[in-house]
Design a protein around this ligand. Structure first.
Ligand code: PLP
Length: 382
């Protein structure tokens, strides 16, 4: 049976990983500045992660949400402590799209309204309401398009005000640092006014932290750079260091009712063990400090490269914008220099999403390679 052919693939077959590196089936070593799409947070094959997952799978891998699972509460308490999101409640799912789908659903339950406001170049996942709130018509099927979504320009506060005052908007969903779109950010003034407008109009403010959360921005959550209080925060990616797990943090003002949300796999024992080992490692290895230190170092080095026209993002969620499309550069980096980087909807942007324990030596190595690769690409273009 052939695989459904939806992914254009690089011709590389990783078979193992360690820290910042992955190794292919021929034994070649790659520097991973992509983290499998911002997923690898504490590094490949981290010993804490291996131990936690191995012990848990040997004990009990799964049972349904009909029984007591103290690992869920342990995960929720650690998350509350490290994120500073005091009093929020946790609902566990399996992916980023599922987190946003449940976030939007919660917003609609709470407000009894159904229109969603989202923003240009935003990405929120592939499921029904999440994909409808994503600014990419190519991935919105007719069945998704029946969702009631209005997509506005980031930073257009007057448009947000007009829409919210119509009193039919259940949620405003935003990425505080856009991922797939290309690392653009709204202004502090914009985010803070959106927060106030949501509070004034009985609209839930959803922070999509699927990519920017879990320390990647240099704070636990990217919204914490601003004076805002999201009603719902969605998380996934870095949460499980590769184990599929996601969740929503729900403000104490929103009350749970039995049966309101549910899932078979969400919050299973193995996922919780993986998730706990990630949080414990973020804490014990001071990874937020490392993100800030190495992220700042990375940006300083990027400033010395004349071909880089703009540096976007925060922490270790960075975008290097060139004045040419980076497809050929990414291929040169991966095939001839064994470095993984990411692309974005903005074709001129190279996305940098390394494991959060990357060191300065890896950054030096990357910039040495980038200089060589850029020389070759520029010569080819000439
Ligand atoms: C900001 C954001 N939200 C949601 C998603 C969807 O997550 P998943 O692919 O786990 O469904 C992504 C994935 O790239 C994302 O970047």
């Amino acid at each position: 049976m052939p695989l459904f052919d939806v992914y254009p693939l690089y011709d590389v077959t990783p078979v193992s990983g360690k820290g910042i590196h992955i190794y292919d089936d021929k034994g070649a070593e790659y520097l991973d500045l992509y983290g499998g799409h911002a997923v690898i947070s504490i590094g490949h094959a981290h010993p804490n992660y291996i131990k936690a997952v191995t012990e848990q799978v040997n004990a009990l891998g799964f049972y349904s949400n009909a029984i007591q699972n103290p690992l869920q509460q342990e995960l929720a308490s650690k998350l509350e402590q490290l994120s500073g999101c005091d009093g929020y409640q946790l609902f566990l799912v399996n992916s980023g799209a599922e987190a946003n789908e449940n976030a939007l659903k919660m917003a609609s339950f709470k407000t009894r309204k159904k229109r969603v406001v989202a923003f240009k170049k935003g990405f929120h996942g592939r499921t029904s309401a999440a994909v409808a709130a994503t600014d990419n018509p190519n991935i919105v099927a007719p069945i998704n398009a029946q969702q009631d979504v209005t997509i506005l320009e980031l930073n257009d506060i007057d448009a947000v005000k007009t829409e919210l005052e119509r009193d039919d908007v259940c949620a405003v969903i935003v990425e505080f640092i856009q991922g797939v779109g290309g690392l653009d950010q709204g202004t502090a003034e914009f985010f803070e006014q959106v927060d106030a407008l949501c509070k004034a109009n009985n609209t839930m403010f959803i922070a999509d932290e699927v990519q920017s959360g879990y320390g990647r921005s240099g704070k636990f959550f990217a919204f914490q750079y601003y004076n805002v209080t999201p009603d719902i925060i969605s998380i996934a990616k870095g949460m499980g260091n590769g184990f599929p797990i996601g969740g929503i943090l729900i403000h104490p003002n929103i009350e749970a009712q039995y049966g309101m949300l549910g899932t078979t796999f969400g919050g299973n024992h193995l996922a919780c063990a993986a998730g706990l080992s990630v949080l414990n490692t973020i804490e014990s290895e001071n990874l937020l400090e490392n993100v800030n230190e190495v992220g700042t170092y990375f940006v300083e080095k990027a400033k010395d490269i004349p071909q880089i026209k703009k540096i976007k993002g925060r922490g270790l969620m960075l975008g290097l914008e060139f004045d040419f499309e980076v497809g050929a550069l990414r291929k040169e980096l991966i095939y001839n220099h064994k470095v993984f980087t990411g692309g974005a909807a903005n074709k001129k942007l190279l996305r940098i999403l390394p494991p959060l324990n990357i060191e300065k030596v890896h950054v030096d190595e990357f910039f040495d390679i980038l200089n060589v690769a850029l020389k070759k690409i520029t010569e080819t273009v000439k």
